[in-house]
Ligand binder design. Sequence first.
Ligand code: NAP
Ligand code: MG
Length: 514
Amino acid sequence: MDPFRNLPVRVFDRDADITGVEAAIAELEKNAGREYPLVIGGQSYTNDRKLNTTNPANPDELLATFQKATQAQADEAIQLANRTFESWKHTAARDRANILLRAAEILRQRRDAAIAVMILEVGKNWIEADADLAEAVDFLEFYAREALRYAEHQPIVPLEGEEPELFYIPLGTGAVIPPWNFPLAILTGMTSAAIATGNTVVLKPASDTPLTGQLLADTMVEAGLPPGVLTYLPGSGSEIGDFIVEHPRIRFISFTGSMEVGLGINERAAKVAPGQIWIKRVVAEMGGKDAIIVDSDADLDAAAEGSVASAFGFQGQKCSACSRLIVHEAVYDSLIEKVVAGTEALTVGPPKDRHNFMGPVINQAAMDKTLSYIDIGHQEGRLLIGGNRIADTGYFLEPTIFTDIHPESRLGQEEIFGPVLAVMKAKDFDEALDIANSTIFGLTGAVYSHNPDHLNKARDAFHVGNLYFNRKCTGALVGVHPFGGFNMSGTDSKAGGNDYLGLFLQAKSVSRKT
Ligand code: NAP
Ligand code: MG
């Protein structure tokens, strides 16, 4: 197999790329409103309770209808996954890896159709949607190779008179619970890692993005994944989420989402249900309050550009988004001027139009939550730019910046998950680092500085899972920047890294007397 390489993201400067996506969007709009049955082990169900997925740029536009799975159906899916595990766990790693590689090829071929779904279902701009697709492909390619590596002979200390060995075996049936914000990439990464290592999966997608998730479910079937290894189970987190997490036959939970939900899952998973014979393993990747530090000797143009991209890319709805900009007082005024100018230049509107940089936020609740933080921002600081809803259709918000924010204030501490940036002043680099480390989170961060001592200090003391120097704090690449955070940002699983598949495996030691 060739060594892993990241799939390059397109920037849509070629006519062929542009017309391909335009055609895919038109096709999707033509077929809008399709209803998908719930499929468990070859059996199709139509339920009374539906899950409608709509376009956040135009909430009246129904994209597709899904069935809301019931607890009884979740139970059925888990039992099926348990039974299928008995055969899937014996499948050769090579065969499992080949399914992932075929799935990657199918997604590459279906690239335009997949990104059209994300443009309409979550409001990603074209480049962000293409990056999401590319990351999904990267996860499949990377984990296929990793599954083979974990299946290789493992080094062990020899002993006279014995033949010891160690090998990895899968855990069992896992619940995979991804967020909506990387609706293809994260869902694909979490699911494929568990499957590649020989586990079976019940996948409950986020309620806002069942259509994007369906792409992976279909792709896996076409790639030859045997029935029952993966059951795609749309449904409400609050209705079936707890049930799945508490189920005695669930062996592990792989979650990515908010801190509140992640902590609840961690707590419920710790309680042993009647009939349960293991301690559930929980992998939980959660929120962030990510900061960029700008030092007195920084390249201010680069810092401003990186800050604007990190704060407002995908409307600030990335766990890695910059929501705090911590600036050395010597360059505070000049930097802010550049950041405001960069923000003024951003275009906001329906992402169907590829010239719009920012689309809508995901739903009404996200818009309301962001607007309530904007109210708080007016009390806690000074509005520099933005602060309003745009248009009355679609969940469009202006990119918003508050300055004079105190590090301990709510805008300085709480994850908003929308296009709101809080700017703070530091008297020197040490104070900037202290401010950066002053939240309960620890996901991503960036430092713009030319001072090697300061960069070394940040390398040691800036307590985040993903730290970047002189570049933006979003845009981690599979294999290059293994991803996961510290403290309340999660269990630091480092998705897209060499340790990740180990989270879905257990090691067995066998020794024979000679
Ligand atoms: P969320 O509200 O926590 O939801 C995440 C998933 O959990 C969804 O599938 C949701 O289903 C499900 N869920 C909700 N309640 C549940 C329960 N009681 N039991 C089991 N599952 C339940 O998060 P989100 O709004 O989708 O995503 C945004 C958050 O994810 C942000 O905080 C962001 O920082 C974080 N995030 C972190 C990373 C990372 O790598 N650290 C990456 C991306 C996003 P429903 O949709 O049906 O409610
Ligand atoms: Mg939607």
